[in-house]
Design a protein. Structure first.
Length: 193
């Protein structure tokens, strides 16, 4: 009986220790990807992006697109505002040798438009951003010609054979277009996407 209790206790401690290490490594990766995007260190951001994304877009294509958005064009520029992310980690669950975790966090961005807008155009854009970004917290600064969008965003942490069982991340969007190209219907359904 003592042997059985020892084995049971050892198993519980091992599981808790393994979960703690998994969660700690996930948190470390989340901090790196968040810091990368906030400091425009696109290499760090892309290093922690789920690698199957690069089957759809090459890493270089993604880097160029992000760089263009953040550096701006003749039409607009995007800036990710440095706000406390207040990460909220969901439950880690396993499906078909893959681990998943939803992570909610604060996201604030400013889109600066080069072209002047009248009041009606600006109000229409505010409403479009509210609908498209699923948030009510969108403001327009006429003087700066910029829209500030604040919302709670969700990223999905994934650990599987493609990541060599390390945590990598993908942003969850409303239609989950990329996610649906990379995962089976079974996974999509189990994740509630």
């Amino acid at each position: 009986m003592k042997k059985f209790l020892f084995i049971l206790l050892f198993g519980v401690v091992s599981i808790q220790n393994s979960f703690g290490q998994t969660l700690e490594s996930m948190k470390a990766g989340v901090e790196k990807i968040y810091t990368g995007i906030n400091t425009n260190d696109l290499d760090i951001f892309l290093d922690y992006t789920y690698p199957r994304v690069f089957e759809i877009f090459t890493k270089e294509q993604m880097k160029l697109a992000l760089k263009a958005a953040f550096e701006g064009s003749d039409e607009m520029k995007i800036k990710i505002n440095n706000v406390p992310p207040d990460f909220k980690y969901g439950e880690i669950f396993t499906l078909n040798n893959q681990k998943f975790c939803f992570i909610n966090h604060n996201l604030s961005m400013t889109l600066t438009i080069k072209e002047k807008m009248d009041k009606d155009e600006a109000e229409m854009m505010v409403e479009l951003f509210k609908a498209g970004m699923k948030t009510d917290d969108v403001t327009y600064d006429k003087k700066g010609r910029s829209f500030t969008i604040n919302k709670v965003a969700t990223m999905i942490a994934i650990s599987d054979e493609y990541t060599k069982n390390e945590w990598r991340y993908i942003n969850k969007d409303e239609k989950n277009v990329l996610f649906k190209k990379m995962f089976s219907e079974e996974v999509i359904e189990a994740l509630g996407l």
